[in-house]
Write a protein that binds this ligand. Structure first.
Ligand code: DGI
Ligand code: FE
Ligand code: FE
Ligand code: FE
Length: 187
């Protein structure tokens, strides 16, 4: 899809703040795709649409998870996780994007999983390090992203898992699976 058309569509779904974040993810994803050999156009499209469902009604997303046969255990975990798989379904239904690689990158952009493609990783990392992100540790991950996609992701996953644990929150199993996979691949 044309960049401007995609941006116009998501603008109607997002707050101003989230739209600016989306533009940051788009720029960062294109840079990372070029650097690490993912499809640049697919990275651009996945980035534009990655948070498409961020502000959908929770009940709508809960029903979608049930009716579309998405993993039911999602409902037991933080509802922040839902907009990613729900987004993949809604983007397909509502925007005509059918490319499964793009839809998968949207699907896995929050939890991760144990079979992340290079495109999935690019979107996951771009979401974490785009220029608008300010949380502790992001600068270290930005530096690592210059030298290694997987090393940067490993640090990002460590930060996220520890952040959730410090708040006594549950960690979705796919997030641990993604982290463990990165560990296994790096040793
Ligand atoms: O939608 P964004 O804010 O741009 O970012 P995101 O889709 O990566 O959502 C990240 C949020 O989800 C972050 O604040 C932590 C929260 N979260 C809750 N449970 C989990 C989780 N993130 C991961 N990776 N795994 C969880 O189990
Ligand atoms: Fe998100
Ligand atoms: Fe993320
Ligand atoms: Fe995001």
């Amino acid at each position: 899809m044309d960049r401007q058309k995609g941006l116009d569509i998501v603008k109607g779904q997002l707050t101003e703040h989230r739209y600016i974040h989306t533009c940051g993810v788009m720029e960062t994803a294109v840079t990372l795709a070029r650097q690490y050999g993912a499809d640049i156009k697919k990275a651009e499209t996945a980035a534009i649409f990655h948070d498409y469902a961020k502000f959908r009604d929770k009940n709508e997303m809960r029903q979608l998870i049930e009716s579309e046969g998405l993993p039911a255990d999602l409902l037991e975990y933080n509802s922040e996780l839902w907009h990613a798989p729900a987004g993949a379904i809604l983007v397909k239904k509502e925007t005509g994007i059918t490319d499964e690689e793009v839809l998968n990158a949207i699907r896995w952009h929050t939890s991760g999983c144990d079979h992340m493609s290079t495109l999935d990783k690019v979107i996951y990392l771009a979401d974490y390090i785009e220029p608008g992100r300010q949380f502790p540790g992001v600068e270290e991950v930005r530096d690592l992203a210059e030298e290694s996609l997987d090393k940067a992701l490993m640090k990002a996953l460590q930060n996220t898992i520890m952040f959730l644990m410090k708040k006594n929150q549950a960690v979705y199993p796919d997030t641990f699976r993604f982290y463990n996979k990165l560990v296994f691949e790096q040793r």
